[in-house]
Design a protein around this ligand. Structure first.
Ligand SMILES: [Zn+2]
Ligand SMILES: [Zn+2]
Ligand SMILES: [Zn+2]
Length: 408
């Protein structure tokens, strides 16, 4: 993650090359004066190679995503609907008939439930969840938690970038850890400075009445979850820092049982006629879903990742984040050939914003991620006049959709 202004100014290790994590194929170390820490290739990668895979230290489905019927494992976010149920619901069409239903990746015989109602894709997810956080968050044991969730749903609406459940799971993980100090420090290694510019982030989580809603969440956290960490850390200032932490580091996670099924169908050995029939069917379903739910296709949530958090932004990225296993396991894929020694970067901007002018890109990055971009592309274009891209109006900050800019 890029360091924010405060850290740049007080940086004491601008010229050192401290190595933080060393893996066989990558190294995480300080990346120079402007960037703080970064990830570097330790061997050559070809386009399409997996650079690394990791599970999050905490992840949660978005609140409204769950309420809208996207059934997913409470622990790993694997979809729990069958492919047929998924496409019927998303296209609002009961009559769709799916060929090759045997390729549906959902295995309901493995699903298990806690008595409170939350579902898991497997016994191991249920057990891990119980050990790590659900023991504290099961509403059968602590029914007052429903109060907090209800308040949250009263002011937090889609499109979501994070969930109160991510915050609660994080607190519960710390509470249940056998080493409290270590657990706290694991989370506080994520960027968590709250600066004035972060008001946008609070508004995203807590709505336009965020000051009042912030007080509600703060007092409810103390009322319904009076654990050591909440008592010690969750002052008003501490809660602001926790929101900054999940806002700035939360990686979006998207899973879809239908796209998993499509991937499997594409691997079938079909003749030309069957193949073109399948393509037509697949596109027809995507069109029907698009018409009924728009871009709200995936089961979505967010998570905090230990390695991923160190990936810097570049306006000319050489890697992308994907979720190929249809669960929370993140896979970093080389989008270009990468030579040993090169820094590995992704784009925090979506495709559309990535092609805007240097000036526009830097405005979005400064406003939403609080850093000045010094990537190769921005350095090359340093001589470009400070104009906004053509498609932007005179009031550029409003013309750039916040949701576009926040999706990384
Ligand atoms: Zn699971
Ligand atoms: Zn439960
Ligand atoms: Zn740049």
């Amino acid at each position: 993650m890029e360091t924010d202004f405060e850290e740049i100014n007080s940086s004491s290790h601008e010229n050192s090359t401290d190595i933080l994590i060393k893996e066989p194929s990558i190294e995480i170390r300080t990346a120079g004066a402007h960037k703080g820490v970064g990830i570097f290739a330790f061997k050559d990668f070809c386009e399409g190679d997996v650079i690394f895979e990791e599970e999050p230290i905490v992840a949660a489905q978005f609140y409204w995503n769950e309420k809208y019927g996207y059934l997913a494992c409470h622990h790993c976010l694997r979809p729990m609907e069958s492919t047929v149920e998924n496409i019927k619901r998303l296209s609002n069409n009961e009559n769709i008939v799916l060929s090759h239903p045997n390729l549906c990746p959902t295995d309901k015989s493995k699903h298990v439930y806690c008595d409170c109602g939350v579902g898991f894709c497997s016994t191991s997810c249920k057990e891990l969840s119980w050990e790590q956080y659900h023991k504290c968050l099961c509403t059968l044991r602590n029914p007052s938690l429903n109060k907090l969730l209800k308040s949250w749903s009263g002011f937090h609406y889609p499109p979501e970038t994070s969930s109160i459940m991510l915050l609660l799971k994080m607190i519960a993980i710390i509470e249940l850890s056998s080493n409290y100090d270590e657990a706290v420090s694991t989370f506080l290694k994520f960027q968590h400075n709250y600066v004035n510019e972060d008001e946008n982030m609070l508004m995203k989580f807590l709505g336009s009445e965020y000051a009042e809603n912030f007080r509600i969440v703060h007092s409810l956290l103390h009322e319904v979850f009076p654990c050591k960490f909440v008592k010690e850390f969750v002052t008003e200032d501490g809660l602001r820092k926790l929101f900054a932490l999940i806002g700035r580091n939360g990686q979006g996670i998207g899973t879809s049982v239908y796209s998993e099924w499509v991937k499997k169908v594409e691997k079938l050995d079909l003749n030309e006629e069957e193949k073109s029939k399948m393509d037509i069917f697949i596109n027809k379903v995507y069109d029907a879903m698009n018409e009924h739910v728009g871009t709200f296709l995936n089961c979505e949530g967010s998570g905090l990742y230990k390695m991923q958090k160190n990936i810097n932004h570049s306006c000319n990225p050489n890697a992308t984040v994907t979720f190929p296993h249809s669960n929370f396991t993140l896979s970093l894929i080389a989008s270009k050939n990468i030579k040993a020694g090169e820094e590995i970067c992704v784009s925090y901007l979506d495709e559309c914003n990535l092609f805007r002018s240097r000036h526009s890109r830097r405005v979005i990055l400064r406003n939403h991620y609080l850093f000045e971009c010094h990537c190769e592309k921005c350095t090359e274009q340093a001589g470009d006049p400070d104009v906004t891209s053509e498609e932007e109006s005179s009031n550029e900050d409003e013309s750039i959709s916040e949701d576009e800019a926040m999706e990384s």
